[in-house]
Design a protein around this ligand. Structure first.
Ligand code: A3P
Length: 275
């Protein structure tokens, strides 16, 4: 297992804590955890297990870059470290801060069909409320403004799905070639081709294979096989059942996102079959 090195191993193998050379900056509920765990199947990739929230949290950021480095796992010098904190994508200050650390860092964004992502986002918040025995509004009430009957652009789950708006802020600092877009819907149904595209983007030899990914029918998702003895599925909080949403609200949201999606395709050069 990677990640838990003893002092002896650290000394013997010249293990180091390295700043990430690639960051999964978002998008929340896009499949960021699955992407990080799957990339970690690659022998040259080590992951920061926790979300570090260094660049989006002012208090953490004030602790400085050495604090950030100390949060990173031990690795061999030839390996690359990756972290994921989906809040980075939508937080105003983050692009500039990452640019100051490393202007040539590689940035990964995993997206899903925007309306599905918004419902997934809602479902996570709903589950949090239910855990605290609190009631919560229905998705329809949050997503649609009751006065105008238009899409409520103040609702965070809606705003996060306007991918182009956020990406455009990042493009003030980084050229578009420094981003790679991962299709989060395809990562669910057929992960390997998506992972191979990421390997290429990271200039890594192709090492993740079909052997490493097996469909678990009980879980309803692909799970990870590291080797003959070690395999795992993601936690149960990944792959929640979404509440049913009024179809007219779904259509309204899809129409709302459409022009933003077109812009996103145009900028990134990656087209999705979103409605
Ligand atoms: P749902 O819970 O809406 O199904 P994130 O890690 O960014 O929060 O994304 C969570 C989403 O990852 C889940 O959303 C799930 O659909 C998706 N996902 C992709 N591949 C998965 C996998 N192999 N196992 C579990 N969830 C996966």
């Amino acid at each position: 297992r990677k990640g838990n090195a003893t002092k002896e191993q650290i000394r013997l193998h010249n293990l180091v804590q390295q700043l990430p050379r690639a960051i999964i900056i978002g998008v929340r509920k896009g499949g960021t955890r699955a992407l990080l765990e799957m990339l970690n199947l690659h022998p040259a990739v080590v992951k920061a297990s926790q979300e570090i929230h260094f660049f989006d949290n002012d208090q953490n950021y004030a602790r400085g870059i050495d604090w950030y480095r100390e949060k990173m796992p031990f690795s061999f010098p030839h390996q690359i470290t990756i972290e994921k904190s989906p809040a980075y994508f939508i937080t105003e200050e983050v692009p500039e801060r990452i640019f100051k650390m490393n202007s040539s860092i590689k940035l990964l964004i995993i997206v899903r069909e925007p309306t599905t992502r918004a419902v997934s986002d809602y479902t996570q918040v709903l589950e949090g409320k239910e855990r605290k025995n609190k009631t919560y509004h229905k998705f329809e009430k949050l997503a649609i403004d009751s006065n105008t009957c238009e899409v409520n652009t103040k609702y965070k789950a809606v705003r996060t799905s306007i991918y182009t708006k956020h990406l455009e802020r990042w493009l003030k600092y980084f050229p578009v070639e420094q981003f790679h877009i991962v299709d989060g819907d395809r990562l669910i149904t057929d992960p390997l081709p998506e992972l191979q595209l990421v390997e290429r983007f990271l200039n890594l030899p192709s090492r993740i294979s079909q052997y490493n990914l097996y469909f678990n029918a009980t879980r309803g998702f692909y799970c990870l096989r590291f080797n003959i003895v070690f395999n795992k599925c993601l936690a149960g909080s990944k792959g929640r059942i979404h509440p049913e949403v009024d179809p007219s609200v779904v259509t309204k949201l899809q129409k709302f996102f459409h022009p933003f999606n077109q812009k996103f395709y145009q900028i990134t050069g990656r087209t999705f079959s979103w409605p």
